[in-house]
Write a protein that binds this ligand. Structure first.
Ligand code: F6R
Length: 610
């Protein structure tokens, strides 16, 4: 997620821009840049890497003393992290920073090439900047140029812009990406988030979608796209910077769980075109896909658990065998790989050493590799034959949450695409699944988040546990593996995920009076069977929490002590709200125990060693 800051006022802008970007570092970034307006020029300095790299570059450039400027930290989406892909992007008439994704950037590029524009970067943002430039060249009116450009642009954006001839004014607009606007009496600010302006003022406007902000030293003005004046609501907060970075949540983990509806939307929307999955990758959209005879999904930890969900859905829809492998095993056990196999690597960071080694092993065998990765330009993304980015934004908590949900979403889309290519489902069925995913998954996850209080109450009953079990069948078993990992890694309670029918083959001897068992029942066809498993543990004294799909409540007599009802959704998609419930449960147990939720002991966010 990119960070935007802009300032115009009575002070020098550069220190304010750098300081502002520093407070936005938590959003994650791979490059940074600033433009300062001075002496009628827009001077831009940008650099791949950290803010310290930008500062090193700035110290060897001429002095930037202008009192208006914009700054940006970039989390790459289109084009690898590099100096030229960094923002601000400057054109003949303006300089612009952007947070979001312009979906129709290719169409815009074609239009602009026709009008004589060339491009120096691979970014969607440069296309957006040149589009605004084209309109501005005709009218010399910033508000008119912005209004016309946003009529053409599809996707999400928060833009900060300074136009030549209007160098002491910063313009801003947003859609589906955050942006606030503020004034401290001596100058005006735009920023992606509150921490960037907190040092100067605690009052701000959260810019409404489609409203253009005109920020000057004296005042803030707001305009509707037709140029008429608009009103915005002033808000005030009393958070400190750290609280503000967490969006007012006590931990990054809970903030990131709450970001799931948005992250899922960002992953799904751009990949569904005309009602069908569309990845913009020839190999995956075209002929090659129909030629794969079997699939290996290779990953570690949570990403591997997403692979288990992927196996279930791909096999169900496409009827192609899928093998899920732990990367550290795959790389050494000489797996059987055939020319017509597909190897899918899943990784949030794209830097996990075992996953990277597994990828290299598969490539050395001449097998086609597809990576599902969150971090743009990471090693796994660069080395795989194709890559699908999940666009969940940076994940800061060590325990992966939103990244898992979007990995699952991407695997669902892939499953539909593979099933279509294999002729296992027809187009109407594929359209119906895509349609339901897009309309229902973010909504059901939002509903699941509303169960927070009930989940907290259940968590209070688990904090004293030393051991517990998650049980389920079919997809619920796959989901249990992730729920169990989430709980144990942050709460330090020993937990195991068990296929509900397997307990009685030995492990049930561990279930005694009060042993907590979390039972998952979201799959209708095996629900009755899981209920038998629940009876077995209940009759040995277990304290049972059932996480049950709404459609199955009341159909069976489930002997549980507490029930959390997963919000209604097509059974095929119940995984999504169910996992949110389970992540919240793990979170609350850890938080109630007073543990360091975001940085559990012995763990690192990115495991780059074997
Ligand atoms: C657990 C967790 C880990 C990672 C694993 C792989 O919450 O985050 O299990 O999933 O280390 O990491 P990536 O996805 O970066 O390859």
């Amino acid at each position: 997620m990119c960070g935007i800051i802009g300032y115009t006022g009575s002070k020098k802008s550069l220190p304010i821009l750098i300081e502002g970007l520093r407070t936005l570092e938590y959003r994650g970034y791979d490059s940074a840049g600033v433009t300062v307006a001075q002496d009628g020029c827009l001077v831009t300095v940008k650099s791949r890497g950290r803010l310290t790299d930008l500062e090193a570059k700035l110290s060897s450039s001429g002095e930037l003393y202008g009192s208006a400027g914009i700054g940006h930290t970039r989390w790459a989406t289109h084009g690898e992290p590099s100096d030229k892909n960094s923002h601000p992007h400057s054109t003949e008439h303006l300089t612009l920073v952007h947070n979001g994704i312009i979906e129709n950037y290719a169409e815009i590029e074609e239009m602009l090439r026709g009008a004589g524009y060339d491009f120096v970067s691979e970014t969607d943002t440069e296309r957006g900047a040149k589009l605004v430039d084209m309109f501005f060249a005709k009218s010399n009116d910033p508000i008119d140029a912005i209004s016309r450009a946003i009529k053409v642009i599809r996707g999400s954006y928060a833009f900060g812009i300074i136009f030549k001839g209007f160098e002491d004014t910063v313009y801003a607009i947003r859609k589906d990406s955050p942006l606030i606007v503020a004034h401290d009496g001596e100058g005006g600010f735009i920023a992606s988030d509150i921490p960037a302006i907190l040092k100067y003022t605690s009052s701000y406007y959260r810019l409404d979608e489609g409203i253009i902000a005109k920020v000057s030293t004296e005042k803030l003005e707001f305009f509707a796209p037709d140029g008429s004046a608009a009103e915005q609501k002033l808000e005030t907060i009393d958070w400190d910077i750290e609280q503000a970075q967490k969006g007012g949540f006590p931990h990054f983990m809970i903030k990131e769980i709450n970001e799931e509806p948005e992250a899922l939307r960002k992953t799904l929307e751009p990949r569904i075109r005309n009602g069908l999955p569309h990845f913009g990758i020839e190999a995956i959209d075209g002929e090659l896909l129909s030629q794969f005879e079997s699939i290996h999904i290779v990953a570690c930890g949570t990403a591997m658990h997403a692979g288990l969900i992927g196996k279930a859905i791909i096999e169900k829809l496409a009827r192609i065998p899928v093998n899920v492998e732990i990367a550290s095993e795959f790389r050494y056990r000489d797996p059987i790989l055939r020319k017509r196999d597909l190897v899918i690597l899943i990784s949030q960071s794209g830097e996990t050493a075992d996953t990277l080694a597994a990828l290299r092993h598969a490539k050395a065998q001449g097998v086609y590799t597809l990576a599902i990765v969150n971090v743009i330009g990471s090693s796994v993304a660069r080395e795989a034959d194709s890559v699908l980015y999940t666009w969940a934004g940076p994940e800061i908590a060590v325990a992966s949450t939103k990244a898992y949900s979007v990995q699952c979403a991407m695997l669902y889309l892939l499953a539909v695409r593979i099933a279509l290519a294999a002729g296992a489902i027809d187009e109407p069925r594929a359209r119906q699944i895509c349609d339901t995913m897009l309309s229902d998954i973010p909504t059901a996850v939002t509903e699941a988040l509303k169960l927070d209080r009930q989940i907290y109450d259940v968590a209070t009953k688990l904090v004293a546990a030393e051991h517990l079990f998650y049980i389920g069948r079919d997809v619920d078993f796959a989901l249990s593996t992730e729920a169990s990992l989430k709980l144990k890694e942050i709460s330090y309670i020993h937990s195991e995920a068990y296929a509900a029918g397997e307990l009685k083959h030995g492990t049930i001897s561990l279930v005694t009076d009060g042993t907590p068992v979390i039972a998952l029942t979201t799959v209708g066809k095996v629900c009755e069977k899981t209920v038998s498993g629940i009876r077995e543990v209940k009759s040995r004294g277990a304290y049972v929490v059932c996480v049950c799909a709404q459609g199955l409540v009341g159909k069976y007599d489930i002997p549980c002590d507490d029930m959390i009802v997963v919000p209604e959704i097509d059974e095929l998609l119940a995984t999504f709200p169910a996992v949110t419930v389970l992540q919240l449960l793990a979170y609350h147990v850890s938080a109630l125990k007073g543990l360091d939720v975001d940085k559990p002991r012995n763990l690192a966010k990115s495991v780059t060693v074997e």
